[in-house]
Design a protein around this ligand. Sequence first.
Ligand SMILES: Nc1ncnc2c1ncn2[C@@H]1O[C@H](COP(=O)(O)OP(=O)(O)O)[C@@H](O)[C@H]1O
Ligand SMILES: CC(C)(COP(=O)(O)O)[C@@H](O)C(=O)NCCC(=O)O
Length: 314
Amino acid sequence: MVSRDQGPYVELERSAWADLADDVPQPLSVEQIEQLRGLGDELDPVEVREVYLPLTELISLRIRTATELWRATEAFLRQPQPERTPFVIGIAGSVAVGKSTTARLLRELLAQSPDHPRVQLVTTDGFLLPNAELEARGLLERKGFPESYDRKALLRFIIDVKSGVEKVQAPVYSHLTYDRTDEVVTLDDPDIVIVEGLNVLAPAGTRGDGSPGAAVSDYFDFGIYVDASSKDIRRWYVERFLKLRKTAFADPASYFHRYSTLTDDEAETRAGELWDTINWPNLRENIQTTRGRADLVLRKGPDHSVKWVRFRKM
Ligand SMILES: Nc1ncnc2c1ncn2[C@@H]1O[C@H](COP(=O)(O)OP(=O)(O)O)[C@@H](O)[C@H]1O
Ligand SMILES: CC(C)(COP(=O)(O)O)[C@@H](O)C(=O)NCCC(=O)O
């Protein structure tokens, strides 16, 4: 089986997926790829070429078609419309599955095209409620759960982006202080906005009167879910924690500085507890359940290499 038709979806094994862009030249140098990798892990150039290049081609195709549709609609309306708003890509998935790495890589790959060189990235952690507020609400141990975000502000942000508002701003989170900062990221006329976060594909909640509200993903042009077995993700989470202990946590300014002196065994136990009590329940209850809402699922194997890709044809 290299390709399987599943109703509105098509599922392609890695080799069949890779073939879809086999004549496209690799746009990034080995140095550029190295700069994109996360905490010292290898980001294999073969992986970039075989998995992320076809994905970039598919998204570029969607952008071209969206632009054509916008022009056709403008002609139908018989009056000039404001400039087309940015193409918005959502990237969802568990903590530690590789969303940030995927998002950074896509930003670089998509920006290589003269059709859409301005690509900006926003992570939803900036929309987490400040720690003081989380503490007041008893949510400090629920970071990453839907209720730990300022969902109204996130929705306002995405609506502004898709309404063509200029210089839309998003708050920035610090993994060092483990809290929201006073910094903001300002969108400067981007062609593409990538919105990366655990819950970005979540369905709408209900309003006070019981009617369904709007969901952030209602404003996405393309939604990606990064997927892997929870056993592998737990291992990646623990491995990343062990590395952070020697790097970021070693900084006295780090909220987790106390973890920097843990032994290997102690650190592994602590990371396992954080996974088992916060990140795994969130994945099980709130994140995995949104996979079917993605336009495209990247399924990784134990070494982060993508094994198959499933996407919605319509
Ligand atoms: N494609 C990849 N190849 C190799 N390692 C990866 C890849 N994607 C992620 N990783 C590693 O897995 C860990 C989690 O990735 P990260 O992007 O930080 O996840 P997330 O943003 O989902 O929490 C990091 O240590 C990162 O370096
Ligand atoms: C900041 C996060 C909630 C991720 O936020 P996202 O950008 O995906 O919205 C997550 O990385 C996190 O810190 N979770 C808390 C539990 C833990 O420390 O692993």
